[in-house]
Design a protein around this ligand. Sequence first.
Ligand code: ADP
Length: 229
Amino acid sequence: MPVLRFDNVSKQYAGGHVALSGVSFAVDAGEMLFVTGHSGAGKSTLLKLIQLAERPSRGTVLFAERNLAKVRGSRIAAHRRNIGVVYQNHQLLMDRSVGENVALPLVLRGMKRAETGKRVRSILDRLGLAARERALPSQLSAGEQQRVGIARAVIAEPALLIADEPTGNLDPALSSEIMALFAALPERGTSVLVASHDLGLVKRMRKRVLVLEQGQLTDDIAPEDLVDE
Ligand code: ADP
């Protein structure tokens, strides 16, 4: 069953700018894929439609078979809890410890303290951040900060993990490391959708790649069809 489906989706912003045009694709549960394209191609818009930060002008976005056009009002927050988000600038709370940042999605869900602490330590351990639980984000390197952002995004085991240019501020070696975490970290069953303009980096990951050009989905490349440059 697809966790996400775009059916002929177009998005035209006020002012007439067409950001997406007739985009259709489906993502299976547990699948990882990239969406790539030049700046302005529509990658962020595509991710915003999934989070209901924007609405399509035409077409349908389905999440777990539910038409998102019908998700309104107080149900938007509930929908967003199914989606883990990793930001380019990690968006950590700088006055809270690493552990508190990562715990946040569980605290918001009302999970008990003991269970929350256990889950936080487990995820920090898997990300090589066990010794950093009490540190403040400002005491971490850029790569560590981004790993904390990933830990926070996956700790509540969302159905879908999305990231918009998660390596935008990292050097090439760190970028590869962070991309590898996206492939390795989520629980089985979590789908992962990563937007990146870095086609070379994306191709090296050997995952499915959607290519956007000026709002149109011009290619949907299976891993076995990726060729080295
Ligand atoms: P990408 O993430 O691939 O850089 P975007 O989705 O941000 O692409 O943008 C796609 C197009 O839509 C661009 O031409 C951009 O200028 C335009 N756009 C994005 N957001 C808005 C907005 N809020 N209002 C008007 N135009 C927008």
